[in-house]
Design a protein around this ligand. Structure first.
Ligand code: AP5
Ligand code: MG
Length: 200
């Protein structure tokens, strides 16, 4: 079974920012459902119109659709040695689906209080960063995604990381949870660690 790491956290918690750094260290591809969906929105198709209705309101797109998108992406050759899931799963239905197709080795939960999220997203200019949409995204997160924290805690694979601070510090905290010593990655590269580290 293929294995992967999940980046969990509220909207604006830095999942995308940290994903870029992690994938460089681990040599694995990022699978960001948000980016895949935004890419689909750029095409002038009926599906794009339908998706727009969810994303621009800050609602989750239907589980069946997102599950299919992820399953299709995971069969690509670059996912052979693992991958990083950013923004997926986002509710219990998706989490249960994930368990049927991959082995999740780590869930990194980025902890960022709502007040920081609102500040961070207020200065970005993405189409879904309007104040009322941010509010809705946060509500959806607390109602549907936050329960995954308990779900993964029970499975013993949850790693909580303080997501407030500099990007570099947060990256260090994450790599520590993944048991990678950035000063000497080879030292920490043991058989229990499944991902192909850079320089190894
Ligand atoms: P998605 O694209 O996943 O958005 P999100 O979860 O709302 O999160 P963001 O991408 O806004 O934030 P992030 O956590 O990646 O943080 P970032 O690094 O960008 O999803 C968008 C929509 O698609 C959803 O609302 C839904 O409609 C749909 N969707 C996606 N996945 C789905 C799924 N699985 N099921 C159903 N629907 C789905 O950082 C945010 C900002 O903060 C940036 O400006 C960044 O520069 C800044 N920043 C980052 N780190 C720091 C730091 N340490 N200090 C200060 N600022 C920082
Ligand atoms: Mg993102």
């Amino acid at each position: 079974m293929k294995h992967g790491i999940i980046l969990l956290g509220p909207p604006g918690s830095g999942k995308g920012t940290q994903a870029e750094l992690i994938i460089k260290e681990l040599n694995i591809p990022p699978i960001s459902t948000g980016n895949i969906l935004r890419h689909t929105l750029e095409q002038k198709t009926a599906l794009a119109q339908e998706l727009k209705g969810y994303i621009e309101k800050g609602k989750l797109v239907p589980d069946e659709l997102i599950d299919r998108i992820v399953a299709e992406r995971l069969v690509h050759k670059d996912c052979k040695s693992g991958f990083l899931l950013d923004g997926f799963p986002r509710d219990l239905v998706q989490a249960k689906f994930v368990n049927t197709i991959i082995e999740v080795t780590h869930v990194i939960d980025l902890k960022v209080p709502d007040k920081f999220i609102i500040q961070r997203l207020a200065i970005r200019k993405r189409a879904d960063d309007k104040p009322e949409v941010i509010k809705n995204r946060l509500n959806v997160y607390h109602r549907l995604t936050e329960p995954l924290i308990k779900y993964y805690k029970r499975q013993g694979i949850l790693h909580e990381v303080d997501g407030v601070g500099t990007v570099k510090d947060i990256h260090r905290r994450i790599m520590k949870e993944l048991k990678v010593d950035l000063r000497s990655p080879k030292k920490e590269y043991g058989f229990r660690f499944l991902y192909p580290l850079r320089n190894c």
